[in-house]
Write a protein that binds this ligand. Structure first.
Ligand code: PEP
Ligand code: MG
Length: 747
């Protein structure tokens, strides 16, 4: 192998580009290319392996190995040296391949003759496409320069593959982004939908991976980086930045000004790549590192660099976010991640949302829930695989998505949607009927809300009112603290939309998973048990008082219900209550409008409050059980932690016993009691809660129908007897007994 020079490399890339320019078939092109590379690199063997499915590589062309092996030799991801290159996304370079760990001898190729091996991945921004390999008889390791040169070639091959230059027969040479792909993620919001992909960040298409004139390209990249730097500096100069946004932008600035980044891209250009391909080559390297670092902070920083590369590509190609594509009729949004405000902007027109990252407790998931849009999170690699307009099925119940599904899959999925729609129809017929059990007990069903967007559901769902209005969502979707006037207008609109039905406003519940973008984040070891909700409200009452004033004004002459979140002891309730009384007094003395009546409630979210003195239950107008938090503290199982959050059943005997205890604490004073955690919306759980004595349940609107349907067909006293018997028998959970009972209850 001879010493390579830059112009060698450029010459090779130019010849590659010429191959792309010919009218040849994909297979001919690949054959020519392996020949060209072997010749230029001075090695006996050059082979190209491409993926035939996500797990299997196939030898698609070779110079030097036996031709009979082409399209016959295959290996799994991670198998042999070629598989290792693909899995790691990094070169493997060895002088003595046969004695290398993991070497797999493939007799059909005749490769035992070759000692040295250099393999580099063919990949494009996070998408693995194949492996490019050089081998020679001479037992020598390849130099850094040679590895680099082959890496640059692989980058061009990746772009060519993406542009469809190697299409031919068989799956390995099939058209990319056409096969059905199943993504297994997690459920962000339940529900099923069929639609077409709409990419939040459209892909940048690079059509010119090779450039003849490095000087022009270097000018272009320098100019683009200059524009990028100015834009990041401008962003940083904006006044309304909070600390977090600033930290991200500072990291952007550091990368944008990093000499190493620009130098690496300039080297890539010197080797023959266009400015765009150079950006992508470095972006691919970043993505690879991203996959390998376990440290969350570092991953975030590498994510920043990835974002920055996208911006740079957009500057270079002039391709903005608006590609001119029109949004399909049933759009399913596909994004790496998305903020709550952006998601809200798309609003109800979305049929579904699929995120590559995200978490159950994220603000985007909260918004998807509020809008009842099925959502799948953690769908790895979806943004590199999906194209605008692709058919897609979203299964929010199971947390999976079928991209470009086979017709048989689509058909059975449609059956599922149809069944759900039929059930909804059945539920709709119950809309105006009460949730009255067979033995004549009426349960009041309310809905949970948090955005104006929720309110239209009030009418259709048959909810009697809003049992929980989470006011923090309005704070979360903004980038600065809302003003009292704005809030008063908003609350007035909510009450207007409720048309006289009761709305229980919960005061700001921030902290834990809900961090306001414009408030100083607290570095707490355990935020769920930290400075949150009413604790913040009482320690720094400014915002609480402002919010109470807005609520009072909005309730002008109406009946008001307000509740304080996360009350752990009596004195906290007393203090919060006196803030409210003080504000009523103040508003009245200022001549401002005040409500006709005020009911003041507390959310019971920590077990301690169930054991508060009698005086608490006497004073409080109503108690609402925040089951999501209460359950996590009752079982000491983090509601955000996938590993433990489903570990304990809500139908656990101790938990149901605890519900009965709370019912009994409220009863002597006729204190109204409701349950507004997610469990209220699960029919069997709702039934058990009703059986334990709860008479008001608040849930997401879509759950009202199913819950009502079940409550109407059971005898509550009988259900309670079944539960009591199961508890007495020593069972952990009463679920099996209750399910057996339900089977006897008929339709
Ligand atoms: C709860 O904890 O059950 C609750 C309703 O409040 P959130 O889910 O908003 O914490
Ligand atoms: Mg809560």
């Amino acid at each position: 192998m001879h010493e390579r020079t830059e112009s060698d490399s450029r010459k090779l890339l130019r010849r590659l580009r010429d191959v792309l320019g010919t009218k040849a078939k994909g297979q001919e092109r690949l054959d020519q290319i392996t020949h060209l590379i072997a010749d230029s690199m001075g090695t006996e063997v050059c082979s190209i392996y491409l993926f035939r499915d996500a797990e299997t590589l196939e030898l698609c062309a070779t110079e030097g190995l036996k031709k009979e092996a082409v399209h016959q030799t295959r290996m799994k991801l991670g198998e042999g040296l070629v598989g290792r290159v693909a899995r790691l996304g990094q070169p493997v370079n060895t002088a003595d391949a046969p004695s290398e760990k993991g070497f797999r001898y493939m007799p059909e190729t005749g490769e035992e003759l070759y000692s040295s091996f250099l393999g580099v991945p063919i990949q494009r921004v996070g998408e693995k496409l194949g492996v490019l390999v050089c081998q020679s008889k001479e037992a020598r390791a390849y130099s850094e320069d040679e590895i680099y040169a082959l890496d640059v070639v692989a980058m061009v091959l990746a772009e060519m593959t993406e542009l469809g230059a190697f299409q031919g027969d068989g799956p390995a040479m099939g058209v990319l982004h056409k096969q059905p792909v199943l993504f297994r993620g997690n459920s962000g919001q339940e529900g099923a939908a069929e639609g077409r992909v709409w990419l939040h960040e459209p892909r940048v298409v690079v059509t010119n991976p090779v450039a003849d004139d490095p000087l022009t390209e270097i000018d272009r990249i320098r100019e683009a980086v200059g524009v990028l730097r100015v834009s990041v500096d401008d962003l940083l100069a904006a006044e309304s930045l909070d600390k977090d946004q600033k930290a991200v932008l500072e990291a952007y600035r550091m990368f944008a000004h990093s000499r190493g980044w620009l130098r690496r891209m300039e080297e890539d250009i010197q080797a023959g790549l266009s400015a765009e391909a150079a950006v992508e080559k470095e972006q691919s390297a970043t993505r690879n590192r991203l996959e390998q670092v376990p440290d969350a902070y570092l991953r975030e920083r590498l994510n920043d660099l990835d974002d920055l590369s996208n911006r740079l590509l957009r500057i270079l190609t002039g391709q903005g976010k608006d590609t001119g594509a029109t949004m399909p009729e049933n759009p399913v949004l596909v994004a790496r991640n998305i903020g709550p405000a952006e998601l809200l902007e798309y609003g109800r027109k979305l049929k579904g949302v699929i995120l590559q990252e995200g978490s159950v407790g994220s603000h985007a998931a909260i918004v998807a829930r509020a809008l009842s849009i099925p959502m799948v999170i953690n769908a790895e690699r979806i943004t590199t695989e999906a194209l605008n307009g692709d058919a897609i099925l979203v299964d929010g119940d199971q947390g999976i998505a079928h991209l470009r599904p086979e017709e048989t899959v689509a058909r059975s999925f449609r059956d599922k949607i149809a069944m759900q729609a039929a059930a909804q129809k059945r539920y709709a017929s119950l809309r105006d009927l009460p949730a009255i059990s067979r033995d004549g007990v009426t349960i009041s069903l309310h809905m949970n809300a948090g955005l104006m967007a929720d309110l239209p559901s009030l009418e259709g769902s048959g909810a009697e009112g809003v049992g929980l209005f989470r006011t923090e969502l309005q704070f979360l979707i903004r980038n600065k603290m809302p003003q009292r006037g704005e809030l008063a207008v908003l609350y007035t609109r909510v009450l207007g939309a409720a048309k006289g039905r009761p709305v229980a406003f919960r005061t700001l519940d921030i902290g834990s998973d809900k961090v306001l973008p414009y408030m100083k984040p607290q570095d707490e070891p355990n935020p769920a048990m930290g400075w949150r909700a009413i604790r913040v409200g009482l320690d720094k009452p400014g915002v609480l008082r402002m919010q109470l004033q807005a609520l009072l004004r909005a309730h002008n002459g109406r009946d008001m219900m307000v509740m304080f979140p996360f009350i752990a002891e009596f004195s906290e309730f007393q203090e919060a209550r006196s803030h409210l009384l003080r504000e009523i007094h103040r508003e009245r003395s200022l001549g401002h409008p005040v409500p006709k009546t005020v009911q003041i409630g507390a959310m019971l979210e920590t077990p301690s409050l169930a054991y508060a003195p009698d005086a608490f239950f006497k004073l409080v107008d109503f108690v609402s059980i925040g089951g999501n938090d209460l359950k996590q503290f009752f079982f000491a199982a983090d509601r955000e932690n996938e590993r433990v959050r489903k570990r304990y059943d809500t139908l656990n005997a101790s938990f149901l016993g605890f519900m009965a205890l709370i019912v009994a604490r409220c009863a002597p004073y006729d204190t109204k009691l409701s349950f507004c955690g997610e469990d209220a919306g699960r029919p069997i759980e709702a039934l058990a809660l009703a059986a334990m004595g709860l008479r008001t349940l608040s849930m997401r609107p879509a759950s009202i129908g199913p819950v009502k349907a079940l409550l109407r067909r059971v005898d509550l006293a009988a259900a309670r007897a079944v539960i009591d018997r199961a508890i007495a028998s020593g069972a952990d959970t009463v679920r099996p007994a209750l399910m057996e009972f339900l089977a006897t209850q008929g339709e």
